[in-house]
Design a binder for this molecule. Structure first.
Ligand code: MSP
Length: 502
């Protein structure tokens, strides 16, 4: 049995989740579910990033303890992911005791091996990014992501010998031992490393500056740089360093998903920490697109932050899942708009899949008394080949288009065969066609399951197949799984139109 370990970034608890965070966890969920459907042993990890000066500052402003702020917002993330039907196997909080212990262990090991040393540094630091900035990265002296001037840090600190690992990291990225996808991102990282190289970085702050962090095990006057703490969640989420079995089974992660804002730190600091700890480097970093909302960057000040919970409550989780997966080509930037979501709801969901399922089941009720007729051969080209190969190439959005191509084929089949005419003239052919149609719905349910799990389950219920998902991948994609005589019922519509037909 193959294993599949997938991670998302852990999200800051400075504010409740927005639709950008939801996109990452939905994509990861689709890939995780696809691999589960294939029979792979899957581990899907997400979580919240809770330490650091950004959280400390916001808690102060709100008159709360940082932990109290983190508890409240972390719970909001978990609730949002439950509402969106996210099937994560683990949820890491960086304030979990076992995570904090593991961070201290990692730091002690790196200190013992002299990868960490005491020094001093002077650098520019953007609190919004929680990252050091080079002068060349700033525009008019400000961080472009946060439109804020970085602070000048000049103090005693512990430094990590990042520079030492630069040649090895570059080599591994070039040979694709650390694979960075899409290839444009790989090229960006290679030229960055070749042109700029890597300097040692400060991995601690004096406690009086940043109290909200994990104390260094070898110096109680310092707390750990939040990124070092955060990266380690990818392995503490597997129980490292205690749970050797789970770690050996799942590490390295098959895919670490994120968007471009945090690629550089993942391709450098995170890989160097792994090397320093004697662990394998990441297998694939997949950089999905960053999207705007109605053409503008999502921001609190513009008041255009989209709340995924509100959308799920208004339209249903599967509508949001479908829309994000279909609208944004995986790996490219995109735009989110409620108007497009509503348009797609009407065209692809209410008229597309919803109408097809209701139409076929309605005909089955009318013409065969709601019973599946005898098995006949498929008349459709095999959608599964295209579907599987798109997934293998990290193109879930295209796998989804292939499914909608299948819906169009089935719709066309109904229009040319005209079962309502056959009902009067040729019942043998009518039965033949209805088997094809009902069996197609079974395939459709399986095909959409990774994307829209609740919709798939409704389809299986209507087809009288409560245990369909227990059938293995190879068996399930064969033609003829639906048994003659099975009772089917046209249940509630899958996607009632937002604007009813006149
Ligand atoms: N806490 C760090 C990550 C530490 S991982 C060891 C962090 N958190 S974050 O809350 O800012 O989340 C950033 C991530 O959220 C992005 O990399 C991306 O996965 C997701 N997105 C946030 N906004 C997004 C869009 N507008 N579009 C697409 N993804 C977005 O960085």
């Amino acid at each position: 049995m193959a294993k599949f370990y997938i991670t998302t970034p852990i999200f800051y608890v400075n504010d409740k989740p927005h639709v950008g965070h939801a996109y990452t966890v939905i994509v990861a969920d689709v890939l995780a579910r696809y691999h589960r459907m294939r029979g792979d042993e899957v581990f899907y990890l997400t979580g919240t990033d809770e330490h650091g000066v950004k959280i400390q500052e916001i808690a102060e402003k709100q008159g709360k303890q940082p932990k109290e702020l983190a508890d409240g917002i972390s719970a909001k993330f978990r609730l949002a992911w439950d509402t969106l039907n996210i099937s994560n196997d683990g949820f890491m909080r960086t304030t979990d005791a076992h995570h904090e212990d593991a961070v201290r262990y990692a730091l002690s090991e790196m200190y013992k091996q002299e990868w960490i040393y005491k020094g001093s540094y002077e650098a520019l630091y953007c609190v919004g990014c929680e990252q050091y900035k080079m002068k060349s990265e700033l525009v008019e002296g400000k961080c472009t992501d946060h439109n804020r001037e970085p602070e000048v840090h000049s103090e005693e600190a512990y430094l990590f010998k990042l520079s030492h690992f630069a040649p090895e990291i570059l080599k591994r990225i070039k040979s694709e031992k650390i694979k960075i996808l899409p290839v444009t991102r790989h090229n960006e990282m290679v030229s960055f490393l070749e042109l700029e190289g890597l300097n040692d970085i400060a991995i601690s702050r004096r406690k009086e500056k940043v109290a909200w962090g994990i104390e260094l095990p070898f110096d109680p006057n310092h707390t750990t740089y939040v990124w070092v703490d955060a990266f380690l969640n990818y392995i503490t989420g597997l129980g490292w360093p205690k749970d050797k079995t789970r770690m050996e089974k799942f590490w390295p992660a098959n895919v670490q998903l994120m968007s471009k804002d945090i690629l550089r730190v993942h391709a450098t600091i995170w890989q160097a920490i792994l090397l320093a700890l004697g662990l394998e480097t990441s297998q694939t970093l997949f950089i999905h697109g960053f999207f705007t909302v109605d053409g503008q960057k999502m921001s609190k000040s513009l008041g255009n932050v989209v709340d995924p919970m509100e959308i799920a409550q208004t339209y249903g989780a599967d509508v949001l899942r479908y829309h994000l997966m279909r609208e944004i080509s995986f790996g490219s930037d995109g735009d989110f708009s409620l108007r497009r979501l509503e348009e797609r709801h009407e065209s692809d969901l209410a008229n597309g899949i919803g109408n097809l399922v209701a139409r076929v089941l309605g005909m089955a009720e009318k013409y065969t008394g709601g019973k599946v007729p005898e098995i006949t051969a498929s008349v459709f080209s095999n959608v599964w080949d295209a579907y599987g190969s798109h997934f293998e190439k990290f193109q879930p959005d295209q796998a989804l288009s292939a499914v909608w191509g299948f819906i169009t084929d089935v719709d066309k089949f109904i229009d040319t065969e005209q079962p309502w005419v056959l009902a009067k003239t040729d019942t043998e052919r009518l039965n033949f066609d209805l088997y094809i149609l009902l069996e197609s719905l079974r395939h459709l349910g399986r095909l959409v399951w990774p994307f829209m799990p609740s919709t798939a389950e409704k389809i299986f219920t209507q087809l009288g197949l409560p245990d369909e998902l227990k059938v293995g991948y190879d068996e399930g994609k064969k033609w003829g799984g639906l048994q003659p005589g099975t009772r089917v019922t046209k249940g509630e519509g899958l996607f009632p139109r937002l604007i009813p037909n006149p």
